[in-house]
Ligand binder design. Sequence first.
Ligand code: FES
Length: 112
Amino acid sequence: MAQPLCRAAALVEGAARGFVFGTNAARQAVFVLRYDGEIRAYRNACPHQGTPLEIVPDAFFDAEGRFLVCRTHGAQFRPADGFCIAGPCAGRSLTPAPVRVEDGMLVLDEVD
Ligand code: FES
């Protein structure tokens, strides 16, 4: 099943936004971002311990807007591909989430 997220135009350069669907075993958490003009989406689970990256809602980027940061232990990820460049999970990557733009809306595919 596909899940509409938000209008693609609402996701401005350097912005990120988190979404949670379902409960218990069916719970899914993802976040979307726009970086270098491209929209990306990842599962909101740090490769280190599986916890969500953000503490403050939608605060996925560092202060400079260069890297995504896990607020639990400070891992840093490249926005373009989710690769961890520093922190306890250096060398691992965030898991991409399947999003597409349909009629101006960001849509997440494969939602249970
Ligand atoms: S849980 Fe993300 S760096 Fe430890």
